[in-house]
Design a protein around this ligand. Structure first.
Ligand SMILES: Cc1cc2nc3c(=O)[nH]c(=O)nc-3n(C[C@H](O)[C@H](O)[C@H](O)COP(=O)(O)OP(=O)(O)OC[C@H]3O[C@@H](n4cnc5c(N)ncnc54)[C@H](O)[C@@H]3O)c2cc1C
Length: 388
């Protein structure tokens, strides 16, 4: 008997989109499933970024379509989930370029800077990434950042090392956050990657998001003209605006990985037979599939609520932190169950599940680890900070 799983939308969240938005979502889904997913594991195995997709992304004009006037935050979230459903590495390209880099310009740039950079970023003619983390400053980067931005005539001189910067070896721009020793405040700068003194070195041997070209960036006496200092980025509080919206994006990534888990696990357990019947016919396996479905829906529900807060303009750090923490925790259980349902084949990337399982580990830890996001949420309800 065929099951009734309405393409990732068991609780009909898509019904809140208007027809125009629904068409955009379906176009993205069709492209992601037909162009991204079929070759994702090959690129992941080779740790290569699928460059051939960039013209397709430009042609589809996804970023402009999702950001068009009057578009809902729900559409943006569902599109993020849909791309991650097909492949988290390609999804992370979008989130780094669109969420973090473009978000830095939109939230912290001057009107002139927005006019200069946003059109080429929306069309993906140029792409950018976001650099805040350092080798010795991860969760405590707000206090521990040691990259410096020294004021000089006509601009700034940047020195320091950044770690984990997504796709930094292949991007055109990097939003670098650095401390001004004059006032000890963290400020934001757009660095062009061909500038003298900029060097990006791929971090090898990663077990997650292998197609993303995460790199260590070395900045040695890099001169940044005043035109490239983000006008409204003058303290860590300003950077936090970008991180708040990025955490929401990561919550949607966790939704996408759980949709992928269910896609793979349902197809596999429906087909493979043991003891003369499909794996999906055993009660224990059905309980696991139900748990994944419940986790997916609790994550979707939380993210839909967050999208509503975003639309009302009332979202706070603690809202996005809790949603990121909850969705990624649920995801971690879901992908482990998915891996288990595929038995031995669950540890080979050829069957997709091993890739999804591994990618989930990165998502659980970036944009503020699970622990840190829990602490941000708890600080809000207790009034006591456990980490500063
Ligand atoms: C695949 C990937 C991509 C990334 N992309 C980017 C990027 O594009 N740009 C960028 O700037 N950064 C990026 N990051 C960095 C990411 O944001 C950091 O890894 C993350 O903030 C955690 O920092 P850390 O790895 O140094 O861990 P640490 O801060 O060293 O933490 C290690 C462990 O200790 C726990 N811990 C730390 N402090 C506390 C505390 N006070 N209380 C309780 N527990 C605590 C953490 O939860 C964690 O479990 C990326 C990371 C990964 C893995």
């Amino acid at each position: 008997m065929a099951g009734k799983y309405p393409d990732g939308d068991f609780y009909q969240f898509e019904a809140d989109l208007d027809q125009d938005e629904l068409n955009i979502l379906h176009r993205v889904r069709e492209w992601a499933q037909s162009s991204v997913r079929p070759h994702a594991a090959e690129y992941w195995n080779r740790s290569e970024f699928p460059h051939h997709l960039l013209p397709e992304i430009a042609e589809l004009d996804i970023i402009s379509l999702v950001r068009g006037k009057g578009r809902s935050r729900l559409l943006a979230g569902l599109v993020t989930a849909e791309v991650h459903r097909a492949d988290a590495s390609v999804g992370t390209f979008f989130s780094g370029h669109d969420g973090l880099f473009t978000g830095s310009i939109e939230l912290l740039g001057s009107e002139e800077q927005k006019a200069r950079w946003l059109p080429e970023l929306y069309s993906v003619e140029k792409n950018g990434v976001f650099a805040i983390t350092e080798p010795d400053a991860g969760s405590d980067v707000a206090q521990g950042m040691s990259t410096t931005a020294r004021r000089v005539s006509g601009g700034w001189i940047l020195n320091g090392v950044k770690r984990w910067i997504g796709n930094a070896t292949i991007s055109d721009y990097v939003a670098v956050y650095a401390r001004d020793p004059e006032d000890n405040q963290v400020k934001g700068f757009v660095v062009e990657t061909q500038w003298e003194g900029y060097e990006a070195k791929l971090i090898e041997n990663r077990i997650a998001l292998r197609s993303v070209q995460n790199a260590d960036i070395h900045l040695t006496e890099v001169f940044v003209p005043d035109t490239h200092k983000l006008e409204h980025s003058n303290s860590f509080k300003d950077v936090n605006q970008v991180l708040k919206s990025a955490r929401s994006v990561v919550g949607w990534q966790a939704v996408g990985l759980q949709m992928a888990t269910l896609d793979v696990a349902l197809a596999y357990t429906g087909k493979r037979e043991q003891f003369g019947k499909p794996l999906s016919g055993f009660q224990i396996n059905q309980a696991k599939l139900s748990t994944i479905l419940g986790n997916l829906i609790s994550s979707q529900s939380m993210m839909v609520s967050l999208a509503r807060l975003e639309e009302r303009g009332s979202v706070q750090n603690e809202h996005s932190a809790l949603a990121k923490a909850h969705s990624t925790k649920a995801m971690r259980e879901s992908v482990a169950l998915g891996r288990e349902l595929l038995g031995g084949n669950g540890i080979i990337s050829d069957y997709e599940m091993a890739k999804i399982f591994s990618d989930a580990e990165a998502i659980y830890s970036y944009e503020g680890t699970y622990d840190i996001n829990q602490l941000v949420a708890a600080r809000s309800i207790t009034g006591v900070s456990a980490f500063v």
